[in-house]
Design a protein around this ligand. Structure first.
Ligand SMILES: [Zn+2]
Ligand SMILES: [Zn+2]
Length: 340
């Protein structure tokens, strides 16, 4: 079968022929129908996120069950499935408390598309425990993008920031994750303000229900957010950009007692002003992906059309490097995905 594989930092993915994976007792073989493209793929190419080369990238994986291992129950050939790509152990203290993203063994275990082969391939082998069955009427490319962009947004809004009804929320950066976070915050009953530099992204945020959109290039952001929140500032800011500039703006637009949530992975240090932190008594929170339970809830919300798809651009396996370059340049509005 064909796969797009990562061999070394700084080199493009190699499209090559590899053996179709052999199943162990608890494995399922998925015929990949869509694999969403995430900025983390670029972080892998750049050496910001560690992977285990050679490895097939692609961690937003949705497809159809082709074959199941001898020990698998509950899944059969033809089932439509979505992969929860991280593998919390389910047994440690944190997992038992429902905090799978703080699992004590999280980074020793499978991460499909990082340590283990992912979805930029015709087939992908996954432990059956990591699978969620999809309803028939949920688009497969929509489902794929829930696997990282969707779940990352949902976890950040619901479990980390715990956004409450009536709060004001700034979505700083309207990429794939930001656009799902916007929708999750709306569902939670928040008043939403989306900030981005591209008009196309702002229009998309508007069409997904943002109460206000602000172009970061043209406005005095902090003043604009204070104006839109009756002078108080935002209760929650989700910073998906994470540069010194965005953090400075985020801190400036927060209300006293607000929460600043960092989502996504970056290895660039940022500066936190201790004076603003203390004077505003704000909290700084980190948010990582999300649990399988949360992904199941999100699939339910998507199936009942309370979350809308941002997957809007398909690429073939042969186009994957070109597509990643577009992603790096910010040329994909919404979420791109590979159809192997
Ligand atoms: Zn991702
Ligand atoms: Zn655990």
């Amino acid at each position: 079968m064909r796969a797009a594989r990562f061999h070394a930092v700084g080199r493009p993915l190699q499209i090559e022929s590899v053996e179709r994976p052999q199943l162990r007792a608890n494995d399922v073989l998925i015929r990949v129908r869509a694999a969403g493209m995430c900025y983390s793929d670029i972080h892998v190419l750049d050496g910001v996120i560690a992977a285990d080369p050679p490895v097939t990238l692609g961690h937003e994986i949705a497809g159809i069950v082709e074959e199941v291992g001898s020990g698998v129950t509950g899944f059969g050939k033809g089932d439509r499935v979505l992969v929860h790509f991280l593998s919390p152990c389910g047994r440690c203290k944190r997992c038992l408390q429902g905090k799978g993203m703080q699992c004590l063994r999280l980074f020793e275990r499978e991460g499909y598309g990082f340590s283990d082969d992912g979805g930029y391939a015709e087939y992908c082998r996954v432990d059956a425990e990591r699978l969620i069955k999809l309803p028939d009427d949920l688009g497969i490319e929509f489902a794929a993008t829930l696997g990282c962009a969707g779940i990352t947004a949902y976890h950040a809004v619901k479990s980390v920031a715990r956004v409450k009804m009536g709060e004001s929320v700034v979505i700083y950066g309207a990429g794939g994750v930001g656009l799902y976070a916007l929708q999750a915050a709306r569902l939670a009953g928040a008043y939403t303000i989306a900030v981005a530099r591209s008009e196309a992204r702002l229009r998309l945020a508007e069409s997904l229900g943002a109460d206000h959109v602000v172009n970061a290039k043209e406005s005095n952001l902090r003043r604009e957010v204070r104006r839109l929140t009756d002078g108080a500032g935002a209760d929650v800011v989700f910073d998906f950009v994470m540069t010194d500039e965005s953090i400075r703006n985020s801190m400036g637009m927060l209300a006293s007692g607000g929460r600043l949530v960092l989502v996504g992975v970056s290895n660039k240090p940022i500066t936190i002003d201790p004076q603003i932190t203390v004077l505003k008594e704000f909290s700084l929170l980190g948010s990582l992906v999300g649990t399988k339970d949360e992904l199941e809830e999100l699939v339910g919300l998507a199936a009942s059309k309370r979350i809308r798809s941002v997957a809007n651009r398909a690429f073939t396996l042969d186009e994957v490097n070109e597509a990643l370059t577009m992603l790096r340049r910010g040329e994909i509005v919404g979420r791109g995905y590979v159809v192997p």
